[in-house]
Design a binder for this molecule. Structure first.
Ligand code: GLP
Length: 262
């Protein structure tokens, strides 16, 4: 696990975008795992800028999104389908047939989830998975106590997540869907590389437990301690509770040039 502390969310998002651009340049048909939420918004803006101003080419890139609310059609502004099209896909040259997002309106959840896993396998696996993190340490919609071996499946949201996501549903908790489809923790762990982003004070506790706490399904993101190539890119505020933050900075500042990815 590599912890990279950036001054603020903006500089971290630019670093993340450069990293992704580098992955795409090295492997134009790479498979990206994508996340929603407010955290990756600045990253997506920067990728759009790179596409428009620097010809960053997404024409062969394949994408798989982490999750979706069950019961929301694709054109519902609160769905993750809508979010992704609005904030990234409609501004870049990714091919529609290369975009995969769990279908919130599927009538056969079990078959859909199995097929989603198969599609990831057929695409050759995820080269780089982008993650945000919930205040309780969830990744995707893998709520606390999700099995580390879990695959794409239906999950029931915790009250904490419903409360925190109510901001996208007129601040009305009753409007937040109770069920979602999410890639499993095992699915995420199969990705060749993982980049988790977290910004702001509200994420400090989850980050401290993810990086320096015990490995526990109670903090789903802590599983990344077992991933071979996981990078945790955070701002000063999200890093504020880390005991070894000076060490992480020291390590990063002394990385050999050839090994510096951003
Ligand atoms: C939701 C999403 C997660 C995201 C989390 C944090 O639960 N399913 O993928 O990481 O929210 O969202 P935000 O980035 O808005 O804090």
């Amino acid at each position: 696990m590599e912890v990279i502390i950036s001054h603020d969310a903006e500089s971290a998002s630019k670093k993340a975008a450069r990293y992704i651009a580098d992955v795409i340049k090295r492997k134009p048909n790479c498979v990206l795992g994508l996340a929603t939420g407010s955290t990756p918004l600045a990253l997506y803006k920067e990728l759009i800028r790179m596409h428009k101003e620097e010809n960053l080419d997404f024409s062969q890139v394949v994408t798989f999104n982490l999750d979706e609310y069950l019961g929301l059609p694709n054109n519902d502004p609160r769905s993750y389908h809508y979010f992704m099209h609005e904030n990234l896909f409609s501004h870049i040259n990714v091919k529609p047939e290369n975009i995969h997002i769990p279908d919130g309106m599927t009538t056969d959840v079990l078959a859909f989830c199995e097929e989603y896993e198969n599609k990831i396998k057929q695409a050759g696996g995820i080269d780089l998975q982008i993650l945000g993190i919930g205040n309780d340490g969830h990744i995707g919609f893998n709520e606390p106590t999700s099995s580390f071996a879990s695959r794409t499946r239906i999950k029931t949201l915790t009250h904490d997540t419903i409360e925190s996501n109510a901001r996208f549903f007129d601040n009305d908790e009753n409007k937040v869907p109770r069920h979602v489809i999410t890639m499993g923790i095992g699915t995420v762990m199969d990705s060749a590389n993982v980049l988790l982003l977290a910004f702001g004070k509200s994420k400090a506790n989850a980050i401290s437990q993810t990086v320096e706490g015990p490995l526990s399904a109670f903090i789903p993101a802590s599983v990344l301690q077992m991933h071979k190539h996981a990078k945790i890119l955070i701002d000063e505020q999200a890093a504020s509770l880390l005991k070894l933050k000076d060490y992480y900075r020291w390590v990063y500042d002394r990385k050999p040039e050839w090994n510096k990815w951003l």
